[in-house]
Design a protein around this ligand. Structure first.
Ligand code: MN
Length: 225
């Protein structure tokens, strides 16, 4: 009955197919990310065609990923549309910068939150994802406590794209009303604003979360000063 876990390489096929790594500064996923005893998560604020927030939860060697169409809300009454997107490599958890014009997802990416997550309840994360209701806890800098991702009915017109709702659970970290603290324009890694990142100013990432274990083969670009 042992289920074979898909290898990250196969899981990243969709990620790679969308990108030209000679043109985008995003990681190719060729490097092995440092192991972590806890599951990592990141949220990347992404000023693409439309501003959105990419939620990424580490699972089985990759980041399961959702594009959240508005800033996550700490108000349990507010549901955010979260469009399921392709799995991303764990290296992506350190990516902050600007995706070049013309490339997939062109625009500025800011590390908006990061930390660790865990499934909440008796079922495994894989089981909850399959059932379309993933309950989880976040321990990030901006997002904390209980959350749930609930899958909506499949959209017949957009095959392969699952829409979910991201909802805060009521707990010590939830509150009603506005989320002024979440609006601060500051990277959790470099403290840079979106504008500073877009201008290529300041330190790239002060403290990598998923530092590569092997030396980079392809990463020879100069660091910004
Ligand atoms: Mn995105």
């Amino acid at each position: 009955m042992a289920r074979r876990k898909p290898t990250p390489k196969r899981q990243l096929a969709a990620y790679r197919a969308k990108r030209d790594f000679t043109r985008t500064s995003e990681p190719s996923g060729d490097l092995e990310a440092a192991r972590s005893t806890r599951l990592r998560f990141v949220v990347q604020k992404h000023a693409a065609t439309r501003l959105h927030y990419d939620l990424r939860l580490e699972l089985d060697g990759v980041f399961k990923s959702w594009a959240v169409t508005k800033i996550p809300s700490l108000d349990p009454a507010i549901k955010r549309l979260a469009v399921e997107v392709e799995d991303h490599p764990l290296e992506y958890g350190d990516f902050e910068g600007t995706i070049a014009p013309g490339q997939y997802g062109a625009g500025t990416v800011q590390l908006w939150d990061r930390g660790f997550w865990e499934p909440d309840g008796t079922r495994t994360a894989e089981q909850m994802l399959a059932r379309g209701e993933l309950k989880f806890k976040l321990a990030g800098e901006r997002l904390k406590g209980g959350w749930v991702l609930v899958r909506m009915r499949p959209d017949k017109h957009r095959a392969g794209r699952n829409n979910w709702l991201l909802i805060k659970h009521r707990d010590a970290f939830s509150h009603s009303g506005d989320d002024a603290a979440l609006e601060a324009d500051s990277s959790v890694a470099s403290r840079r604003s979106m504008a500073a990142i877009a201008a290529g100013k300041g330190r790239r990432t002060a403290r990598p979360q998923s530092r590569s274990r092997r030396p980079a083969r392809t990463r020879s670009r100069p660091s910004h000063v």
